[in-house]
Structures are given as structure tokens and as C-alpha cells.
Design a protein around this ligand. Structure first.
Ligand code: SF4
Length: 246
């Protein structure tokens, strides 16, 4: 290995170590904190101007968007427009932006040439859902987060699966993911939405408790896990943005 390559490798490893250490420190410091306190610290003190919220504008998104808007409505909000969203999600994104006064929503699309090359008929989701998520979510998100040190997610421990032990802060590649709602249950989301009269996603009343792209989202039966309608019948449970080190 050349001296330059070795130096680059060492620098990148040190950056990774620093991110890990910062995430561990913050996770301990905020292990019992409320969502609003975690968000205030992250947005105003720890990562000012270097943090974005990534939102799907799905069934549970309004509460987190409202919390962030109350701290700083100019916080960048990344919306991955996969070009496979329900029309109701696109109209809900506009409605929430208007009602919450969010001024910096960034609609991020997959690269046109990559879509033409890899998914010319728009049916990659049928043949290889992981490749489709990489094309339409993971790669665009990676570009959208360039220049940011941290991003905020709405994941909650009650979602189950790999989310049951989520910390409030976690290292993910060069970024720190901030998970302020980890201890919220479904009832907490409902209470917050009611207390602040936030509009529901129009598909919730049609039986969709978790909403992503239309080809991979189905209604859930009463008593089902909240994410049971996502990639139904497949082993896949996450879209990849929470698996890749983004
Ligand atoms: S959720 Fe489905 S349609 Fe959306 S990007 Fe992933 S595989 Fe493609």
C-alpha cells in the first residue's frame, strides 16, 4: 500500500472512530431524555447547520415533523421521492409542509440515467427489491446527506425487528443518526397528533399503519405488527437506508 493510501486509510478510520465515540457519548448522555430535548440539543447545539431530518411523510411522520418545526422550521427535511409513492403521500407532503411552516424540504429523486439503465420498465421492485431500494432510496440519500454530520429518523423501538434496542444516537458510516422517538409507543404518537391537531395521512383510515412505496405497501390486519404490510410475504423488513452505513 502506498504512503498516501495508508494515510487516507488512517484518516478515514480515525474519522469513523470519532463518529463512533461521539455517538456513544450522546447515547449515554441522552439515554433517558425526552424527544424534544434530544432534538433541541442535536439541532441547535451538537450539529447546528449540519443536520437534516429524513422523512417519508408516512403514517407516523407528522409528530416528528412538528417537533422539528417547533425548534427550527428551516431545518433541512429530505424527502426521498422514489417515484413510487402513493399520490396521497405526495399531496400529504405538500399539506404538512404548508401547515407546519417547513421552509427547507428537499425532494430527492433517483438519478434519471441510472433508472433508465437499471429499471427501464419500472418493475425492478418485483425482480429485486433490494436493488430497487438501493437505486431509489439508498444512493439518492447518500448524495443528499453529503455535507451533513447527522440525520434524524423517526424509528421507534416498538416497531420491533432490528429496532427494539435502538439508541437515541448511533453511528452510521460518516454520520450520526438521531432517533429521538425510540421510546414512543403507538399511543404516544396518537396522543401527540391529537394534542396538536395534526392532519393524518389519508391512507391511515384505509388500514395502512405504515406507508412507503405503493408496490411494497399493503394494509395491515387488526392486531398485526405495525410494519406487517411492508414488503408483505418477503423476508425484507427494511428499505436499506437503515442497513447501509449512510
Ligand atoms: S420500497 Fe419497493 S418500490 Fe420503493 S424503492 Fe424499495 S423496492 Fe422499490
Amino acid at each position: 500500500m502506498s504512503i498516501i493510501a495508508t494515510a487516507k486509510k488512517t484518516a478515514s478510520a480515525r474519522a469513523g472512530d470519532e463518529v463512533e465515540a461521539q455517538a456513544r457519548r450522546l447515547a449515554m448522555q441522552f439515554s433517558a431524555s425526552r424527544a424534544g430535548d434530544i432534538l433541541s440539543h442535536a439541532i441547535l447545539k451538537e450539529f447546528p447547520g449540519k443536520i437534516a431530518l429524513v422523512s417519508s411523510f408516512g403514517a407516523e411522520s407528522a409528530a416528528l415533523l412538528h417537533l422539528v418545526a417547533a425548534i427550527d422550521p428551516a431545518t433541512p427535511v429530505v424527502f426521498l421521492d422514489t417515484q413510487k409513492h402513493f399520490a396521497q403521500t405526495l399531496s400529504y407532503r405538500k399539506k404538512l409542509a404548508r401547515e407546519l411552516g417547513l421552509t427547507n424540504i428537499r425532494d430527492i429523486h433517483p438519478d434519471t440515467e441510472e433508472v433508465a439503465a437499471s429499471d427501464p420498465d419500472g418493475d425492478l421492485w418485483k425482480r429485486d427489491a433490494d436493488a430497487c431500494c438501493t437505486l431509489r432510496k439508498v444512493t439518492p440519500l447518500t448524495g443528499a446527506l453529503d455535507g451533513f454530520d447527522a440525520w434524524i429518523t423517526g424509528r421507534k423501538q416498538f416497531h420491533g425487528g432490528g429496532r427494539v434496542n435502538l439508541p437515541a444516537f448511533e453511528a452510521s458510516g460518516a454520520h450520526i443518526k438521531v432517533n429521538p422517538l425510540i421510546r414512543w409507543g403507538a399511543g404516544d404518537v396518537e396522543e401527540y397528533v391529537a394534542a396538536h391537531a395534526l392532519p393524518p395521512h389519508p391512507l391511515v383510515e384505509q388500514g395502512y399503519p405504515s406507508i412507503g412505496c405503493w408496490p411494497c405497501t399493503h394494509p395491515a390486519a387488526p392486531g398485526d405488527d405495525i410494519r406487517a404490510g411492508r414488503w408483505r410475504g418477503a423476508a425484507k423488513t427494511e428499505c436499506g437506508i437503515h442497513i447501509a452505513a449512510v
